[in-house]
Design a binder for this molecule. Structure first.
Ligand code: NAP
Length: 283
């Protein structure tokens, strides 16, 4: 446990908030949780995920650090509400999957704000999917801007390190461009793959394909078959960066189509060889 932080508040006790609360409690912190629905408050207390829980945001006034783990659309409004409740010393951070707009708006409401993004997740959502150790050996990006107080950044880095994460620092813009390529583009590509298969006009072929689909299809369709609300929010909040990589991807597809159409097998093999050789750099 950190000397300067004994009590951590979590707003939003879903998958990410629940996982974080479990780990922080195990690390010895006093963890206060705020959920939207009373049923979630009850479940969090029954499961021992938090020390205290409430639907009332004023519980967060007791915390040294507050982590906002609500859906992206409600992060900035939540920081606005917290600003009326918290002593100025409290560090507020978030876990939103896109950083640019959120960090700018949240910092203007609460100067002691530090953007964060744990790069860990599951297909399921909600508190019932929460488990200990989700962030262990996963990247955790912290996205300070020029005005972010360095002491606050160090506190958030220290907490993420205690969760077992590999911490990276980046600007919000670079973060959003990187996650557009490695996280948001794959969701759109994988969903397009599923739609391509669903669009098969021959019912017999379509049914056979559904029966034959095996490990390769399982790997490549997993993220496209995940939480639609999260995928839509990624596109909504990271629109310019996602559009840029989608256009680059369409260009890649056109290049592959030309190679196959022109039967340029050597060129195709070279392209696939580069993909095979470079893939480990992303894993
Ligand atoms: P989730 O499982 O659906 O949980 C969201 C929780 O937020 C729900 O339990 C809901 O509470 C609560 N909530 C909604 N509005 C609220 C409000 N105004 N005040 C308090 N609580 C509120 O979603 P999640 O996957 O944990 O995602 C949460 C955040 O983590 C998002 O910003 C997302 O971008 C980020 N993130 C997600 C992943 C991932 O893979 N899932 C990975 C990294 C980061 P009730 O149960 O009370 O309705």
């Amino acid at each position: 446990m950190l000397q300067s932080t004994r009590t951590i508040g979590i707003v939003g006790l879903g998958l990410i908030g629940g996982c974080m609360a479990l780990d922080l409690k195990q690390l010895g912190y006093v963890v206060y949780g705020v959920a939207r629905r009373p049923a979630t408050v009850m479940a969090a207390l029954e499961q021992g995920v938090v020390t205290q829980a409430s639907c009332d945001l004023s519980l967060m006034a007791e915390a040294d650090v507050v982590v906002v783990c609500t859906p992206m659309a409600t992060i900035v409004p939540t920081v606005g509400q917290l600003a009326d409740l918290l002593p100025a010393s409290v560090i507020v951070t978030d876990v939103g999957s896109v950083k640019g707009e959120i960090v700018a708006a949240a910092t203007s409401l609460w100067p002691n704000f530090v953007g964060g993004h744990p790069m860990a997740g599951k297909a399921e959502s909600g508190l019932s999917a929460a488990e200990a150790g989700l962030f262990r050996q996963r990247p955790y990006v912290v996205t300070p801007i020029e005005t972010t107080q360095s002491a606050a950044v160090e506190q958030v880095v220290a907490i993420a390190t205690q969760l077992g994460s590999q911490v990276y620092r980046s600007t919000p813009t670079a973060h959003d461009q990187a996650v557009a390529a490695i996280s948001h583009l794959p969701v759109m590509v994988s969903a397009s793959l599923l739609h391509t298969c669903l669009g098969e006009a021959d019912v017999q072929v379509k049914t056979l394909a559904q029966k034959l689909a095996s490990s390769g299809f399982c790997d490549t369709s997993r993220v496209g078959g995940g939480n639609p609300e999260l995928g839509t929010m990624m596109a909504q909040y990271n629109r310019p960066a996602l559009l840029q990589v989608l256009h680059q991807y369409r260009h890649q597809l056109d290049t592959l189509i030309q190679m196959i159409d022109a039967q340029q097998w050597d060129v195709l093999e070279q392209t696939l060889s580069i993909a095979q050789a470079e893939r480990p750099k992303y894993l």
